[in-house]
Design a protein around this ligand. Sequence first.
Ligand SMILES: N[C@@H](CCC(=O)N[C@@H](CS)C(=O)NCC(=O)O)C(=O)O
Length: 221
Amino acid sequence: MAEVEIYSAILCPFAHRSRLTLNAKGISYTLIEIDLQNKPANFLEISPYGKVPVLKHGNNRVWESTIINEYLDETFPKPALSPKEPIQRAHARIWINFADTRLFATSAKLLYGSSPQQHPLLRKELTEHLLFIENQALQKVSDRSPYWLGSEISLVDFTYYPWFEQLSVLEHFRGFEFPQGLDRLKQWWAAVATLESVKSIFKAPEFYIETYDRLYGAMNA
Ligand SMILES: N[C@@H](CCC(=O)N[C@@H](CS)C(=O)NCC(=O)O)C(=O)O
């Protein structure tokens, strides 16, 4: 099998998504940690957008976490992490798009790109995204099944899970409070967190808080 390498960064939830997909498929890979505040001189040759994650698979190079994940699912088909039916595949893509354009986008603004005056509005926006997920995804799509799309784990689960593992950062540094209720979402989170592919690279809330503080503490002073 051609060698697989993933360029990652310690706090990057997007790289985490692709590592979860690699783990779930049992693909062995080399992890290359990039210091994003001190990128290697040739980094743009590796990553055209100057970002992580980037996947190298033999001579192939792929970037953008959701596209890396689709590439992995197509190249290493077992276990399949996308539904078979076109309509379910469409729904999986809709939820992956929701993650990028809403949940992760609002969180990034709240953490890295906003003034304290904007924080209350962004916290409210995040709460609304989570309520939407509870009501439209977990109560409807997955019903009583453990995972986002039902009884089978999928790329949708691995797209969202890193946000939950790093929730402590939003709570600690931005005063975000996980909304009351949201029982299905909490059950989903617990189910995904017990998977071996997830546990094997899990980091505790304190790790994220300490690392964020070390890397971005000055920003919050
Ligand atoms: N849409 C991209 C987002 C990747 C991204 O924003 N990565 C961040 C780290 S979490 C990065 O590399 N930032 C470096 C920079 O912007 O200079 C994906 O899903 O892969």
